[in-house]
Design a binder for this molecule. Structure first.
Ligand SMILES: *[C@@H]1O[C@H](CO)[C@@H](O)[C@H](O)[C@H]1NC(C)=O
Ligand SMILES: *[C@@H]1O[C@H](CO)[C@@H](O)[C@H](O)[C@H]1NC(C)=O
Ligand SMILES: [Fe+2]
Length: 447
């Protein structure tokens, strides 16, 4: 056990090296990890329950049991304790050195009614949970996202989650760096427990961050814990990876991109993204947004240029598709950009937002570059979360809520007009119709 602790400590030190060298500034007090450990007995009781969208009118229910024999079934219905349907799925487990995970069950339920609360029971026994499905599909249907990044499992995480809960959101978007287990696998279990009250009740859609990789060359494949525990929908347009996918809800098409999978022109992620964008119909989903981990626009002193290679490979693709907003994490601070493309303000560009201030144990990235770039509108190093309220087909309200001690305070508040709105004059349909060939002007890499 001591050896395992030593190895994981050394590994985390190696992993965090990059951050330590970037950290020539003083971080305000981080709060320590909250460790919520499981009881030791082999149990069929569901634990670490979370739900995610799994296609039109489908939800995936995921949970952990310590017992190997617990069934992968979900009983569900719209009335408490009266289950009218049952679905079954799969279970998975993994080992990581001496650590052996429990059984992670993934069951897709549906078809479900829109905007409806379902009561459900995992594995045929144990306590009842409930989730609420998002509003129906439709270009003008309002929907509210909670947006968070670099969550971790500290006292700050807890206050962020409590504030998010009060926002009455429909779907949560998580821009990578979930548990900050950093190779110490029991912290994934602890994270699963911490988020259960929230993630069992509303769909959580996640993408991966650098702390979720946990690969060790020649010994452990990357994303072993992440892939087992946080299975996300495979894209209908052909993604064969758990690392990147898209989904549609209400009037929004959401791209979940992977900063830590290949993204160059001949990569499967790039080809999938091209195909996925070609299927976007702005009369069906007037809003087009993306979530990834390492920001492309960033005037914080931390992680400068970490997202640069991906930006060089993919920015023009997203720009020409008239993506409205890109959310990133990684930098532990809040920053909002104006519409920007190729490092210049551009009325048809993308609004980039860094929201890596969820509550991780490393603390805040306190120092910003002295000169605020012309595209940076608002920047502040405090813990918090964002809310994206799609009011109708053309207007959305974005607010950033700062955790002032344990209170949530609205610190940044703007209205956004979609690029698909007639008044934006950014010719969405012509850019979507134009083929996907010969439309990329790449900045050279590494210069
Ligand atoms: C969803 O249901 C709530 C009440 O349960 C209602 O107030 C709201 O308008 C509904 N939203 C949509 C988009 O139907
Ligand atoms: C959409 O919402 C905005 C903000 O509330 C409002 O000004 C605008 O008139 C709405 N558009 C339509 C078509 O209702
Ligand atoms: Fe990160």
């Amino acid at each position: 056990m001591a050896i395992i602790m030593l190895v994981t400590t050394l590994l985390s030190m190696a992993l965090l090296c990059e951050e330590a060298t970037a950290a020539a500034y003083v971080r305000p007090p981080a709060r320590p990890n909250l460790m919520l450990f499981a009881g030791g007995k082999k149990s069929i009781q569901p634990d670490q329950v979370h739900v995610s969208l799994a296609g039109p009118n489908r939800m995936r229910v995921s949970w952990m049991t310590s017992s190997m024999t617990a069934p992968s079934t979900v009983h569900y219905g719209t009335t408490s304790q009266q289950y009218t349907a049952i679905a079954s799925g799969v279970k998975k487990s993994y080992s990581y050195f001496l650590y052996k995970s429990g059984q992670m069950h993934h069951v897709v339920v549906g078809p479900l009614l829109d905007n409806t609360t379902y009561y459900y029971m995992c594995g045929g026994s144990g306590r009842e949970f409930k989730f609420t499905t998002p509003p129906p599909a439709g270009p003008d249907v309002p929907i509210k996202f909670a947006v968070v990044g670099d969550l971790g499992q500290t006292g700050w995480t807890k206050s962020t989650l409590e504030h998010i809960e009060n926002s009455n959101y429909n779907v949560l978007l998580l821009a990578g760096d979930l548990s900050y287990a950093d190779y110490y696998q029991p912290l994934w279990d602890s994270f699963g427990k911490l988020v259960t009250p929230y993630a069992s009740a509303k769909p959580w859609m996640v993408t991966l961050g650098n702390h979720d990789i946990e690969g060790i060359p020649y010994i452990v494949d990357p994303f072993r814990a992440y892939n087992t525990r946080w299975q996300m929908p495979y894209s209908e347009s052909g993604s064969v990876s758990n690392q990147f996918y898209s989904f549609e809800t209400a009037g929004v098409h959401v791209l979940m991109l992977a900063s830590y999978a290949d993204f160059d022109e001949d990569s499967s992620q790039y080809k999938w993204l091209q195909a996925d964008l070609a299927r976007v119909d702005r009369s069906r989903t007037p809003w087009l947004i993306a979530v990834l981990h390492a920001p492309w626009y960033n005037s914080n002193a931390a992680h400068q240029l970490n997202g640069d290679r991906m930006m060089a490979a993919m920015e023009s693709l997203l720009y020409e598709a008239r993506v409205d907003m890109v959310f990133a994490g990684h930098v532990h601070a809040y920053e909002r950009m104006t519409r920007v493309y190729s490092m210049k303000r551009d009325p048809c560009g993308i609004i980039h937002i860094t929201i890596g201030d969820g509550g991780n144990r490393e603390g805040l990235a306190q120092s910003f570059l002295d000169e605020q770039p012309e595209w940076s509108m608002y920047r502040e190093a405090s813990f918090g979360h964002g809310e994206l309220d799609m009011v109708n087909a053309t207007h959305a309200r974005w607010t950033w809520h700062r955790n002032d001690d344990d209170e949530a305070v609205v610190a940044d508040d703007i209205w956004i007009t979609s690029l698909s709105a007639p008044e934006s004059q950014c010719s969405v349909s012509s850019s979507t119709k134009r083929g996907v060939s010969n439309r990329r002007v790449l900045r050279p890499l590494g210069t």
